[in-house]
Ligand binder design. Structure first.
Ligand code: ADE
Length: 232
């Protein structure tokens, strides 16, 4: 069973999108399981969760000792597993950027221990001490890592064997082979004066494959161009 454990100061955010549709079914089938560790429980009256940054500056920083107590508790969820085979992830905008190939690589692990940052960040010594892998989900700053934890978990879980209804759809979707997927159409054949491309109704599978691969290439180039422009 693939296990995901998330350390967060806002446990009420979960399971959210992780417990609906195919992921809920897969969890019932014991393909994967989720545990949430509430960071707030590891602070106390004389030791709050966060404090002012040394050296000054805006915002608050989550304390390493509070995080470490939560981390030790989170490890128990993986006690039947070799902890080396669990990816330990710190979510932060200054991490390596998450993508399809990282998601695929993470499916080869036994599970994920994900720490969500909040406020200005977390004490860097906690990340260093536990040798955490810093991951970002994109070049923008969120209020915290919780949405990023859902994004990463969802992207990884749907790639696990027997999670998707149709295993074949994983092979054809966007980002596999570095390409975006071709566009899809269904009934009705004409909608608001827009027709389904004729070739898709032809029954000629060779022509359909050709059309789809041309469309995928065209779309990939177009989006790559836009992304490049947005990055500059
Ligand atoms: N926390 C805040 N912003 C983030 C981002 N872009 N990715 C991951 N974690 C974050």
């Amino acid at each position: 069973m693939y296990k995901i454990n998330i350390i967060t100061a806002f446990p009420e955010i979960f399971p959210g999108s992780l417990d609906v549709s195919i992921l809920a079914k897969a969890r019932k089938k014991k393909i994967w399981d989720l545990n949430i560790v509430d960071l707030k429980k590891y602070s106390s009256q004389n030791k709050s969760m966060d404090d002012k940054p040394f050296g000054g500056g805006p915002g608050m920083v989550i304390r390493a000792d509070v995080l470490q107590n939560a981390y030790e508790k989170a490890k128990i969820f993986f006690e039947d597993y070799n902890f080396e085979n669990v990816e330990k992830i710190m979510l932060t905008p200054d991490g390596e950027e998450f993508n399809h190939s990282i998601a695929e690589a993470l499916t080869k692990k036994k599970g994920l221990l994900i720490i969500c940052g909040r406020y200005e960040g977390v004490d860097e010594r906690f990340i260093e001490y536990n040798n955490l892998r810093k991951i970002s989900i994109g070049k923008y700053v969120l209020c915290g890592g919780e949405s990023a934890a859902s994004v990463i978990s969802e992207a990884v879980l749907r790639l696990l064997p027997n999670v998707l209804g149709n295993e074949k759809s994983k092979l054809e979707e966007s980002f596999v082979n570095g390409m975006l997927e071709y566009p899809h159409y269904t009934k009705p054949r004409v909608w608001n004066n827009l027709s389904v491309p004729e070739v898709l109704l032809s029954g000629n599978h060779k022509e359909i494959r050709k059309w789809r691969s041309e469309k995928a290439l065209y779309l990939t180039k177009k989006v790559m161009k836009k992304n490049k422009k947005n990055d500059s």
